[in-house]
Design a protein around this ligand. Sequence first.
Ligand code: FAD
Ligand code: PYC
Length: 422
Amino acid sequence: MKPFSAKSRYSGLGLIKNALSYHENWQRAWRSPEPKPDYDVVIVGGGGHGLATAYYLAKVHGITNVAVVEKGYLGGGNTARNTTIIRSNYLWDEAAHLYEFAMKMWENLSQELNFNVMFSQRGVLNLGHTLQDMRDIERRVNANRLNGIDSFALTTSEVQEIVPLLNCSPSSRYPVLGASWQPRAGVARHDAVAWGYARGADALGVDLIQQAEVTGIRRRNGAVEGVETTRGFIGARKVACVASGNSGALAAMAGLRLPIESRPLQALVSEPLRPCLDTVVMSNAVHGYISQSDKGDLVIGAGADSYNGYGQRGSFHVIEHTLQAICELFPMFSRVRMNRQWGGIVDTCPDACPVISKTPVQGLYFNCGWGTGGFKSTPGSGYVFADTVANDRPHPLAEAFTIDRFYSGALIDEHGAAGVAH
Ligand code: FAD
Ligand code: PYC
């Protein structure tokens, strides 16, 4: 059947025609190829980070003989499950530089991909509820400013001005003593980020292979040869693992042990409301963070479960505690009904920082351990990991994040800025 012209495809008539033909004539955003016998690079994991890595390998390094191998569907892991908060106000220079690099990429990402990722710089508040919170906020804001990051310490009344609905009463259970405020921070549309990178990578020749689970990493003489998958063996000169939630299991397939723990982290969305919250409010102390999506739902994130596991659900008491805290902070949301709840499995490192690294196995690389906060780094992570894989040495921004830090002790403790305690 003749494909629709661009004009009719995007016109109202085109939409009606597509609906009546059950979208059979809708132009595919990417191919669905059979895996080739071998590739220069196989990327394990088709989340935002894996797809971004593929895109930059092709775009920046001209390496296009690349496959992304995904066990489910593209962007169906934590990329689909996160609360999409993007900020760069991390404490230590190494982390601040990496996240700020990503932030600058977000600011141009829709243009770069020619795909609207709906990056909305509506600002992020991190509330302080105790004197110690406020001391930590002052310290982090000062460190941010020294790194050229927009960051401000606000008083209670300044916070109230930005979020009139917030309960700033001094007698509340979690009194708001102030906040840090990053105006350039915000949210983006999670699916669009995966789709934009997938479309861009496909157009540059990358094969996106879905429904193919990696079950083994084949090695010979200390170097990778390829991956065993549920769709057969795929040979590769280099294998780059970006399988958030499953990194420990993948590393074990290559005889490696990563300093990583995997835990459920939950989120919820409410029924849609009229626009009432035009910024993002986070409270690490109460383990609650909230924003309003463009559809009107309240997007609410909870804390991580304190036990390890792979069930993408999480425990009830965690969301109960979070909703109590949200109702305390926003009493007028107490009668809002929650529509959906889910969990994702986050890989956490002991210092709340990622691993972007070569491994002792030649040609095998890992990008993982982003814990509860990796969505915000998607473009930066993909860029520096692609560079690391292409050149077989850490990108300068990734030097501090290699596995070696767990031998040398040069950890970068970002627990205070990580958003969710882990
Ligand atoms: P994923 O999107 O999970 O991609 C990894 C992919 O690997 C998956 O699609 C998976 O199916 C695939 N895979 C795994 N094993 C295999 C295998 N053996 N073979 C083939 N494929 C495999 N971060 C923020 O910055 N801001 C937030 O507000 C935020 N909120 C969060 C809220 C929740 C509830 C959760 C769960 C996470 C949140 N995060 C947040 C963290 C963020 O979601 C992750 O750090 C980020 O999405 C990781 O991206 P990724 O591409 O590495 O992972
Ligand atoms: O990293 O900003 C963050 C975050 C918020 C919620 C989960 N992670």
